[in-house]
Design a protein around this ligand. Structure first.
Ligand SMILES: Cc1cc2nc3c(=O)[nH]c(=O)nc-3n(C[C@H](O)[C@H](O)[C@H](O)COP(=O)(O)OP(=O)(O)OC[C@H]3O[C@@H](n4cnc5c(N)ncnc54)[C@H](O)[C@@H]3O)c2cc1C
Length: 392
């Protein structure tokens, strides 16, 4: 499938294809398709690849040039993501900052914050972690209890965050904290930028199902950051956070579908090798998996059309997230079944193969970025007009 937005964007696409052909070689090519939004595999190589992209000026396609971006538009951004996924380049280690924090700063950050933080993101000099969730605040994010109090020119932060993706690599954290101690729920929260390398910040890794130290818990004990490190207004952190989650749900599904298509193709190949295509029950499930990735493609094309027309995809991204995450898990279950005993090998000295890792990590897809139950609530209430879920 080709995405074609006319001659100017075609030149951009050809330039990108040429660059990828020239640079996606050697150990970078050996790590094609490695990594994911919550997959920390081959971290150092992926970081080196991000620096290669940065040197080629391929990060921040639509970010303004004054902050180190290319200053191009949404169409080029879409083409970049699509061609990048098509080339099956390693998953960018800096995705968190590039896809979430950067757009948040561009939309809501102060001029000083943009000048200070955007260029090092694009130069891959500073890595970021997202500190939203807490042990008592996940789906119910408004229950955030980590607090920050003013002390002269500083904020002093105390509390705990959890599930911070790639937290052990983070130089900075963007954290949702309570700045008004008397406030409740969505009110009195602020979005704070906190340096991770200081005595008051303790980051401890948590091992995921695939045996990686992918996410972390973060403890703040009198951690300090500057008074000017609030993104948006003090007390308006909920608005800022929701803007970020909107970005997360809106655009990050686009390249994912190509990965799923590749996995579906590999599944059919595996079924052929195992002689499983003769089994009518398995055939039915394989066809079902194949149809799923076609539906994802169509949904994503609708999302692209909405974005290009200047509209926010809105509730459509909720159905897309729910569909993609649940279907991806079914694809993984089927792949494991077809792999037979090979799918079950684990152990200290054994490195999981791509198929196993993808399946194990897919189990988190129905949790992060809003769990499936929460997506169903949104669909029920906002799309179908059903009665509201009782709120705590
Ligand atoms: C791999 C991974 C990476 C992550 N990365 C980050 C990160 O970088 N930064 C960050 O801040 N967070 C991150 N998270 C956390 C993620 O946002 C939360 O796990 C998610 O929001 C769910 O919150 P919870 O884990 O507290 O579960 P809970 O909210 O406690 O939910 C438990 C169960 O109850 C269900 N449930 C909850 N409320 C309702 C309701 N109203 N109706 C019906 N069912 C309900 C949920 O669907 C779920 O099944 C990550 C999570 C994972 C798995």
């Amino acid at each position: 499938m080709e995405l074609d937005f006319g001659p100017a964007v075609r030149d951009f696409r050809d330039e990108l294809r040429d660059w990828l052909a020239e640079h996606l070689v050697g150990e970078f090519a050996a790590h094609r398709g490695v990594g994911g939004p919550t997959d920390g595999a081959a971290w150092d190589i992926r970081l080196a690849w991000d620096r290669e992209l940065s040197a080629g000026n391929w990060l921040g396609i639509s970010w303004p040039q004054e902050y180190g971006g290319r200053g191009l538009g949404l169409l080029e951004e879409i083409v970049f993501e699509y061609e990048y996924a098509r080339a099956n380049a390693p998953y960018r280690a800096t995705g968190n900052a590039l896809d979430l924090l950067g757009p948040m700063l561009l939309a809501m950050g102060s001029e000083e914050q943009k000048k200070r933080f955007l260029p090092p993101i694009l130069a891959v000099e500073e890595l970021w972690g997202q500190g939203f969730s807490e042990p008592g605040a996940g789906s119910d994010l408004a229950s955030v209890r980590t607090r920050a109090e003013r002390d002269g020119d500083d904020w002093v932060v105390n509390g705990q965050k959890v599930w911070t993706s790639f937290g052990i690599h983070a130089d900075w954290l963007y954290a949702l904290v309570r700045t008004d101690p008397d406030s409740q729920r969505h009110k009195g929260l602020s979005m704070l930028l906190v340096p991770a390398d200081q005595p008051g910040v303790d980051i401890r890794s948590i091992r995921n199902l695939a045996g990686q130290d992918e996410f972390a818990e973060v403890f703040f004990s009198d951690a300090r950051t500057g008074a000017d490190m609030v993104v948006g207004e003090v007390g308006q952190g909920w608005r800022t956070a929701m803007g970020t989650l909107g970005i997360e749900r809106g655009t990050t599904l686009l390249p994912q579908q190509l990965t799923f298509e590749r996995e579906a193709d590999a599944l059919i190949e595996l079924a052929r090798e195992r002689g499983a295509l003769h089994d009518p029950m398995l055939r039915r499930r394989i066809v079902d998996a194949w149809i799923s990735v076609r539906i994802m493609r169509t949904t994503n094309m609708r999302t692209v059309a909405e974005l290009v027309a200047g509209r926010t995809p809105g509730a459509q991204s909720t159905t897309a997230k729910l569909y993609a995450s649940t279907r991806h898990q079914q694809l993984g279950h089927l792949a494991m079944e077809l792999a037979g005993p090979a799918g079950q090998i684990i152990g200290e000295d054994y490195e999981l193969d791509t198929r196993q890792r993808s399946f194990l990590l897919s189990l988190a897809e129905t949790i992060y970025g809003g769990s499936s139950e929460i997506q169903r609530n949104i669909i029920g209430e906002q799309l179908l007009g059903l009665p509201k879920d009782p709120r705590p």
